[in-house]
Design a protein around this ligand. Structure first.
Ligand code: TYM
Length: 331
């Protein structure tokens, strides 16, 4: 029997090349060898202030991008989280088995709550931001996978998920696996083009810091050309050169080569030449994705329906078992 994989992407904004290299590319790599459940985390999107129009647009865009990037709905179950009610029911069980201390220690919560305070000028932190990791744990354990392909920024959430699996197993005599993260070999953390010491993010206010999968390809080329590097003008991978490392990583991942081979390709190049080649690779990649994106929009309703049916079959069976063990026994 094939081992199972579960993962998702939050519908909070347009997807970046970081989401592609750190997550989607890894989904596609494994779709022949694993049984995959890949969803759009559209319930998680409510942890930010998002209008109904934006939510509607983002969730459909992500589903279409999954297909455009190469996920095959005949091989993998692709669905909207909100189409599977068991995620929310199970979330209550994961919340009630988590402590405030555990959730307060989540780095992403600390970062995002600090940013929220800065932007709204108050101490009002949305509860959703705090309990976000428990929903993620529910998303995962509901399908009881072996692996979860994610970028390194999700490592701590996966640790919490494993702790919860072991806790629920002991408390309720269940048999959850303790799922392990699967990181991309190259590019499990793509950095901002403007501040390469920080992660590239969908929600960065500076739109020049991220390459979006639906960016105009020429604009993306310009973003790479204007990206922050350093003053040495020599291309090689080194811990003191975060901007250059990031471009080498993007280039290596999209060209399916190693970082060493990428360094070799640019050993005689200055930064202008280097950025032009990386920019062209990114531009060609976006042109290809965007061509498929328009086609994938047509089949979206039927793909979402099929995915929801397949996911609900597993989710309903598993939540029934979980509820039974927790004490909600049927007559
Ligand atoms: P999200 O939506 O922030 O990101 C989606 C996926 O993309 C990865 N990623 C990156 N990888 C490399 N470089 C980057 N700059 C970069 N930015 C993002 C993330 O690590 C992630 O794998 N909580 C999750 C969504 C989620 C989920 C789940 C994931 C909800 N439930 C269950 C796995 C399993 C999130 O917000 O990811």
């Amino acid at each position: 029997m094939k081992k199972r994989i579960v993962s998702g992407i939050t519908a909070t904004g347009s997807l970046t090349i970081g989401n592609y290299i750190g997550a989607i590319k890894n989904f596609i790599k494994h779709q022949n060898d694993y049984e995959m459940f890949i969803f759009v985390a559209d319930l998680h999107a409510l942890t930010t202030t998002i209008s109904p129009e934006e939510l509607d647009k983002n969730r459909k865009e992500i589903l279409a991008l999954y297909i455009a990037c190469g996920l095959n709905h005949k091989k993998s179950t692709i669905f909207f989280q909100s189409d599977v009610p068991a995620h929310s029911i199970f979330n209550w069980i994961t919340i009630t088995n988590t402590t405030m201390g555990e959730l307060s220690r989540m780095n992403q919560f600390k970062d995002k709550s600090a940013k929220t305070k800065q932007s709204n000028g108050t101490d009002n932190i949305p509860t959703g931001l705090f309990v976000y990791p428990t929903l993620m744990a529910a998303d995962i354990l509901l399908y009881n996978p072996e692996f979860v392909p994610v970028g390194v920024d999700q490592k701590q959430h996966l640790e919490l998920t494993r702790n919860l699996a072991s806790r629920l197993n002991k408390k309720y005599n269940l048999n959850f696996n303790e799922p392990k993260p699967l990181f991309s070999e190259i590019g499990s953390k793509i950095m901002s083009l403007k501040s390469p010491e920080f992660k590239m993010s969908k929600s960065d206010n500076d739109k020049n810091a991220s390459i979006f999968l639906l960016d105009d390809p020429d604009l993306a080329f310009d973003k790479i050309k204007k990206s922050v590097t350093d003053s040495e003008n020599k291309v090689y991978y080194s811990k003191d050169k975060p901007g250059v490392n990031n471009l080498l990583t993007i280039y290596a991942s999209l060209s399916e080569i190693t970082i060493e081979k990428a360094e070799e390709d640019f050993k005689n190049s200055n930064y202008k030449e280097f950025k032009e080649v990386v920019g062209s690779v990114v531009r060609d990649f976006l042109i290809e994705i965007q061509k498929k994106y328009s086609e994938s929009l047509i089949n979206l309703p039927s793909i979402a329906k099929e995915g929801s049916i397949k996911a609900n079959v597993i989710a309903e069976k598993n939540i029934a078992k979980i509820l039974n063990h927790v004490g909600y026994k049927k007559f």
